[in-house]
Design a protein around this ligand. Sequence first.
Ligand code: DGJ
Length: 706
Amino acid sequence: MAQHPRRVLAHLTDDHTSLVVVGDGGMPAIAYWGAALGNDDIDAALFERPVPGGGLDTDAPFGIIAEAARGWAGRPGIEGCRSDGSDGAPIVEHRSSQHDRWSFHAELVDPIAQLGFTVSISLGVGGVISIDARVTNFGEEVYRLSRLRLGLPVGRHADEVLTFGGRHNNEFGRHQATWGRQAVVVENRRGRTSHERSPSVMVGTSGFSEQRGEVWAAHLAWSGNYELIADGVTDGRRVIQAGEVLELGEVDLAASETYVAPTLHLAYSSSGLGGVSDAFHSFIRARPSHPAGPRPIHLNTWEAVYFDHDLNRLRALADRAAQVGVERFVLDDGWFGSRRDDTSGLGDWWVSPEAWPTGLAPLIEHVRALGMEFGLWFEPEMVNPDSDLFREHPDWVIGDLRYEPPLGRHQLVLDLGRADVRDYLFSAIDAVVSTHDIAYIKWDHNRDLVHAASGRGAGVHRQTLGVYELIDRIRVAHPSIEIESCASGGGRADLGILARTDRVWTSDTMDPLDRHRIHRGFSVLFPPELMGAHIGAPLTHTTLRRHRDGFRAGAALFGSFGIEWDLLRLDDEGLERVRRMVDMHRRYRDLLHHGRTVRIDRPHDGTDAHGVIAADGSAAVVLVSRLDSDVTHHAAPLRVPGLPGDRVYHVSVDTDLGEPLGWSRHQPAWTTNGVTATGRHLEHVGLQLPIMHPESSLLLVIKERS
Ligand code: DGJ
């Protein structure tokens, strides 16, 4: 194909970010993504690179779907071929494109390989850039697709990389490392978003932190298998690429069939990870589907009763929940089929006459009469071999049925790539929610997909689209029902599932020490109103650590708050303490769930601090926690960045958290009487912190003085 000189095709920009798209008659490329530029700052000649000796005679372009056949020596944008191995390295011609300040759309064709591509880019609220792409097979013969990767360059001066992940009960850990001449790959093959590897990668300048450094952040909105790559090894460019991991045979495009890639979301920040959070939180909050109204305060029955469902006990628990101010009572696992423990019943979504001889109505009516909403647990994608559903439809499970599929928590996965399976699940869930007063579904997913084959072919792609379709159908049929994404805690948190759910169950651990770290990682992308965070029992069963009420409540306070604790074990004094904490959350809920999240950079002194600042700068709350003992008595002063410098604030401690201060001869007077300080003082000097016990928290309330 004839190549033309590169020219600027589009400049997407707001006050903060610019993205420059260039083209030479082939696949468009992103020449620049970073701080905002003016149109006068942009000229295609400025992006031209020299061509060194010892290589190709031209500078290989790095297109949004990178073309190996034009010399791109990193991972190609497309991998696939026909049955004879041909058409594996297409080169496209630019057919048409449109753009304005906020969007760019291009149609590309390879007439030789008979493949068509579209690439669409939009610049949305908060400066978040979203890239979508699709490929269509215009040939007669099947095209076997195994990757469609979207790619773009980041600043050449980015030299650290941050990824997120952990394990069950310890999700969203942050792993920041030097990014030299290597490719850092986040690759997930667990069939769900996973606890281990979140679909995000962020690169930035040396030592980037909450408040410092330039950061380029990428997140793939997908709940199946994926890879995100920060590649620093190719040819002087430093790039991010991302796409779905497709096994061979997973997407075989017949004539005229199209594959749609998951959306890649991007944010650039010149002010550290805080700027990434500002961007993503604003973007997420501006979605029409973002949950509206105050996030109801939950009581979830799981850790109170587990499978031991007893109407009278649960009614008594509901009484206690209402007494302390709970707004939504959620009945967890164990209400259906033969589900008396975790070995049986999944798939049989009817109310168990054995556990609930008079049905769920008496409990629901009781809960509603107490003024609370009622929520119910489902795990629709799963089936126990010991269930009526499996006995009737053993062929409905995902897997290659010529082999024995491995069990996970005694269960198998249903093949949601099949329309009949989705129809069954829709009817079963619809029957329960249509006949009961249900405001909320906790949608669980408790095992990885292993050897996931739909029919004989790999099936995670179809499974992921299948679950999306099922949830969408339920939402259309029951638009007022909210849905929580749970996967053994935080195993399914991404903007694909969050396009159709209202909250994430962040982790199965309620241990406040772990929760501090988990929330810090979760909150980089997702705003706190999506973060399910409950106060558990004093002794956390996942870690066998014991913590005071205030420390546990503090860890949960900023999220979509709730209780995961058998309140029937509490005496009047204990209940009163819980009531005060519930009240405290309600007091700040509006600010917490609409303001700017600020995770504060701290020196390594064993403390953690984070807060939320009202959009108009008139108020803030900050939680300071001593997570560990330190070698010196004096923690570093608490600096609170982000308050308007010349405004004057009153700072005080909310004593309802009830945390005792550490032993000392004298604590700063502000801890009892409050203090007045300007935003500038709070940002640059900071407050002297009191001596605090390890594993305790202090809630600071900052209000502008009128
Ligand atoms: C795993 C979830 O994360 C828990 O909260 C609980 O719902 C159990 N499943 C129930 O089986």
